[in-house]
Design a protein around this ligand. Structure first.
Ligand SMILES: N[C@@H](CCC(=O)N[C@@H](CS)C(=O)NCC(=O)O)C(=O)O
Length: 205
């Protein structure tokens, strides 16, 4: 029987979608194991043994469990030698690491938090999340002026990490209309062969 890695997953999660998207773009087969986080399935001792922080996504590769979406992206890219998605040179890795960090900080506390508050009544302060987004989005847009991809001249795992919560920013009542370079990048990701969307991601920006 062919073994495929397992992704402990939630369909509505942008963090999980980063991994689903990367796997789709690179042809990696994953078996999705749905975790009903609304019902607290991640709060069990068994799940804590997989991820001490009890979040999805978690990747299971035989006896190895990898948690935190940036770590999963690096693991998959390295494991399958996908060197344009995770290049070997120091400078490219450093640029990618910087964007992975932005994806779990400013992007998570801004657009992703706003979406969670508006869509699910999640905890937090919508005005504060919008203020973080208002600082972040012009910076991203300026960075993309004259660039096709965030970290190198080709798509990398940084683009996968940034894509879902930017593509779903409108669900947090954030308007991307003023950010033409950012919208062009979203459309470039959507045009990649193998692209996978999810509920909340539009066909075009
Ligand atoms: N920094 C983590 C965040 C993971 C995270 O917060 N996952 C959410 C779903 S998007 C989750 O599991 N929420 C359920 C909970 O926190 O109990 C990552 O990038 O993987």
């Amino acid at each position: 029987m062919k073994f495929t890695m397992k992704l402990y997953d939630r369909a509505t999660s942008g963090n999980c979608h980063k991994i689903r998207l990367f796997a789709a773009l690179t042809g990696i087969e994953l078996t999705l194991i749905p975790v009903n986080t609304e019902a607290g399935e991640q709060k069990t001792a068994a799940f804590a043994a997989l991820n001490p922080f009890q979040h999805v996504p978690v990747l299971r590769d035989a006896s190895i469990a990898i948690w935190e979406s940036p770590a999963i992206l690096i693991y998959l890219a390295r494991k399958f030698d996908l060197t344009h998605w995770w290049p070997e040179e120091a400078e490219s890795q450093a640029h990618i690491a910087a964007w992975l960090s932005i994806s779990t900080n400013e992007l998570w506390h801004g657009p992703a938090r706003a979406r969670a508050i508006v869509k699910r009544g999640g905890p937090g302060d919508l005005a504060a999340a919008h203020a973080i987004a208002a600082d972040l989005l012009p910076r991203l847009d300026r960075h993309l002026e004259g660039r096709d991809w965030f970290a190198t001249s080709r798509p990398t795992i940084a683009d996968c990490a940034l894509f879902p919560y930017l593509a779903m920013a409108h669900e947090g009542r954030i308007n991307l209309a003023p950010f033409a370079h950012l919208r062009a990048w979203l459309n470039r990701v959507i045009a990649l062969p193998g692209f996978l969307g999810m509920d909340g991601i539009l066909d075009h920006y």
